[in-house]
Design a binder for this molecule. Structure first.
Ligand SMILES: Cc1cc2nc3c(=O)[nH]c(=O)nc-3n(C[C@H](O)[C@H](O)[C@H](O)COP(=O)(O)OP(=O)(O)OC[C@H]3O[C@@H](n4cnc5c(N)ncnc54)[C@H](O)[C@@H]3O)c2cc1C
Length: 514
């Protein structure tokens, strides 16, 4: 089987809402997650013809939506930070973001609840942040400012040197300049040692290091470079798209379609057909066959290799996968005034909790996070009701130590309902109108996550940058990757960056001038 290589096309001068020239290179994008949609938009902007094949009936992937009894639940991401990367996507294609999304900055960003009942509001208002910090640890205010200054530096080094650029060529990653930057900034020292230099109390040490859990990584096993995350939260603020996080993929899908991208839902890709060192065709579960010119896989990378290509990603068995999440979506017919939009509940012994998660056990005293988006957007629940989302970090399925979630799930749900009532959500059970849970087993089923992980491949220092699976297959020259398991990694800003990097690479390698 051969495929005709169509002539490459320069970006047209005419507005892209018009139909692309038939001679333009065609890209089949597999998956309408945030990474796939953002890449489709950027590809179309470069003049490619683009078709997105998505197995579900809606866009968003992990950034999904569950509707029940008048409640609208975001199913995955809830914290929108580093919002400039989202704005940048719209700006790049010349569309005002305000036409597609209403973004609200939150204040506070979130509330941290400690085991002794005290709280700290994390906010981007510096005076309020300093006041809160001094309450927890008198005298820590000036040290917090120095912490911000050091992490601002790490943020720039991390983003400019390693994250926001293609690093598939050895020389782009391993060079004297990068090594010097990392060493001078002590970016590779242990995150815990770094936060201890600034804060004497465990409370503040935990508050400014737990964010590595966003990457599915233990804060007790992370390098200091990941302190760029608490910096990004405080310095850049947290935002919320009105209508819920799912409004984001909806907006990207709308923009993509306006630009001429074709999105086909309910199209489950089953395998790839190879031809002459490239992908010749994409085979769908219904037996149909789509001739391939260029293929961009947004589905989880380890799964694409193993299931669609029929070859395991090299050394995948030695890769660490991120942790997973046990999720509860609760629609309640009352309001809980004491809840903020985002709340983080820190257990008495965070280290023991993290050790349990990363050795394959559900912690006895879990850390958890509560999201109550009705506080910002009451339209997400019926009048007088609230929409409560609970995320408990749990292990992904470690080989030989798999958890049977059909048994553990209902038990953990009951334990969590007790815990939430003790936490202060009085009579919670009595007020639940609708509810649903989502477990690591569901991540495997719904998103083909190899180990039921929530956040893709882990982000240890030996699994990022050059060491992370690259965004193009090493031998099949027309197969590219976008999303959380390729460079740079997991999280909304990261997959948006991933989309820009892979499109730059595709344009360069396919001779399309940006
Ligand atoms: C519970 C949870 C909470 C999170 N919280 C945050 C947060 O607060 N802030 C943040 O920034 N990030 C957060 N993240 C991370 C963030 O959501 C992800 O990194 C990001 O959404 C991943 O996008 P993606 O495009 O890489 O992949 P996905 O969203 O997984 O998209 C892949 C798409 O491919 C489709 N697909 C798969 N296989 C096939 C096939 N064979 N045929 C056709 N289609 C297929 C899937 O249906 C899916 O739509 C969270 C993630 C989870 C799971």
């Amino acid at each position: 089987m051969t495929t005709t290589r169509a002539r490459s096309l320069r970006r047209p001068a005419t507005p892209l809402a018009s139909a692309p020239a038939d001679s333009a290179r065609h890209v089949t994008v597999i998956g309408a997650g945030l990474g796939g949609l953002a890449a489709a938009i950027r590809l179309r902007h470069h003049g490619f013809r683009v078709t997105v094949l998505e197995r579900h009936a809606h866009p968003g992937g992990r950034c999904g939506l569950w509707e029940s009894a008048g409640f609208r639940f975001d199913t995955g991401p809830t914290l929108l930070l580093m919002v400039d990367y989202l704005r940048g996507l719209f700006a790049e294609v010349g569309r005002p973001i305000e036409r597609y999304l209403e973004l609200r900055q939150l204040d506070p960003n979130y509330r941290v609840h400690y085991a002794d009942g005290t709280t700290l509001d994390i906010t981007s208002r510096l005076n309020a942040m300093l006041e809160g910090i001094e309450r927890i640890e008198p005298g820590a205010g000036p040290r917090f400012l120095r912490f911000l200054s050091e992490t601002a530096h790490l943020y720039r080094i991390g983003l400019d040197g390693f994250v926001d650029r293609n690093v598939h060529r050895r020389g782009d990653f391993f060079n004297l300049r990068n090594a010097g930057l990392l060493l001078r900034a002590r970016a590779m020292e242990q995150l815990q040692r770094m936060v201890r230099r600034y804060f004497a109390t465990e409370k503040l040490q935990h508050t400014f290091s737990f964010q590595s859990l966003y990457l599915g990584l233990s804060p007790f096993d992370s390098p200091a470079i990941y302190s760029l995350l608490p910096y990004a939260e405080v310095a850049g603020g947290l935002y919320f798209p009105m209508g819920g996080m799912h409004a984001m993929p909806r907006a990207l899908a709308r923009l993509a379609e306006e630009m001429g991208v074709r999105i086909e839902y309910g199209r489950d890709v089953e395998s790839f057909e190879r031809a002459d060192g490239r992908i010749g065709a994409v085979i769908l579960a219904d037996g149909s066959r789509v001739e391939a010119d260029l293929v961009l896989a947004n589905a989880d990378l380890p799964y694409v290799y193993e299931t669609l290509l029929g070859e395991k990603y090299p050394r995948i068995d030695r890769f660490d996968f991120s942790c997973s999440a046990f999720l509860m979506y609760l629609g309640v017919n009352r309001s809980y005034p004491e809840l903020t939009h985002h709340a983080l509940v820190v257990p008495r012994d965070l280290r023991a909790t993290c050790d349990a998660i990363f050795s394959g056990r559900v912690p006895d005293d879990p850390a958890y996070y509560i999201c109550n988006p009705s506080k910002t957007d009451p339209s997400l629940a019926p009048p007088g009701s609230e929409n409560i989302y609970v995320l408990v970090p749990v292990p992904s399925q470690l080989p030989g130590r798999e958890i049977d979630w059909s048994i553990r799930g209902p038990r953990l749900e009951a334990e969590m309902l007790d815990r939430l009532e003790r936490f202060g959500l009085t009579d919670l059970r009595r007020h639940i109108v609708t509810r649903r849970t989502f477990t690591p087993a569901d991540f495997a089923l719904e998103f083909s996550a190899t180990r039921g992980e929530a956040f893709g491949l882990a982000h240890g220092i030996d699994q990022v940058g050059y060491f992370r699976p690259h965004n193009r297959h090493p031998r099949l020259g027309n197969l590219y990757f976008v999303g959380q398991s390729t460079h740079p990694g997991c999280g909304i800003p990261m997959v948006l960056i991933s989309s820009r990097l892979v499109v730059e690479r595709m344009a360069e390698e396919q001779g399309v001038r940006p």
